[in-house]
Design a protein around this ligand. Structure first.
Ligand SMILES: [Fe+2]
Length: 235
């Protein structure tokens, strides 16, 4: 994912406003507020783990957030520390592996932060400028949901379905991302992300990924998606 710093800050919480964009308290935004060399930290969940039941169980949410998301934060900090050490030593032999780790764990952290924030119990339907843009781009909300659901279901192995805003063409697109960082579109701003790694659903849905990707639409926080859309288009 390629983001300019201002876009990054909007999305990940580099300021109080950025934190609000993600729905996290500023204190839980992950250390990004200071920028520079401050380590990333795991943002708190914006709801109780059981809040999304029956669609996503408390056990799934807890394991996903406390273990898997936390591991990406740790991996990101480890990659950054390795790069800092390489610079200090003037030895860049490991830069290829460290760069891969940075992209993998960095995208993993950011996508998980977006994921947990774009879910909510009893969400309102999509509306307003976001719904207008969805209808203009995809024909209907149902068409978007159909395309994105199938993108999730057919992702090879582990990955994500993303609704993004592509600023050069000023359009909404659905991306099918493999792992956390492959098949991303440079400059595209993620608005809604659905995790289809097995750790996101296996404990509750076993191998029935389509049941998970059907259920998750009941807890999509369209208000949060709309807030990200407004920030992305500069409104
Ligand atoms: Fe995940």
């Amino acid at each position: 994912m390629t983001l300019f710093r201002s876009e990054w800050l909007k999305l990940v919480g580099g300021s109080a406003l950025g934190s609000l964009t993600l729905g996290f308290a500023a204190s839980a935004s992950g250390g990004q507020a200071a920028g520079g060399t401050v380590p990333y930290t795991l943002p708190e969940l914006p709801y109780k783990p059981e809040a999304l039941e029956p669609h996503l169980s408390a056990a799934v949410i807890t394991l996903h957030h406390d273990k898997h998301h936390a591991a990406y934060v740790a991996g990101l900090n480890k990659a950054l520390a390795g790069l800092e050490e390489a610079r200090a030593k003037g030895d860049f032999a490991a830069v290829q592996a460290l760069s891969r780790a940075l992209a993998f764990h960095g995208s993993g952290h950011i996508l998980h932060a977006l994921y947990f924030a774009n879910l909510a119990p009893n969400p309102k339907p999509a509306s307003g400028a976001l719904l207008d843009a969805i209808q203009a781009q995809f024909g209907s909300l149902d068409a978007l949901i159909g395309q994105m659901t199938e993108a999730c279901n057919s992702t090879a192995g582990s990955g994500w379905g993303l609704l993004v805003y592509e600023p050069m063409g000023r359009r909404l697109l659905v991306l099918q991302v493999e792992k956390h960082e492959n098949q991303l579109l440079a400059g595209a701003v993620p608005l809604l992300v659905i995790d289809v790694w097995e750790h996101a659903y296996y404990l509750q849905y076993q191998n029935r990924r389509p049941d998970y990707t059907k259920a998750i639409w009941n807890v999509v926080n369209w208000d949060e998606v709309a807030r990200r859309f407004a920030a992305a288009v500069g409104r």
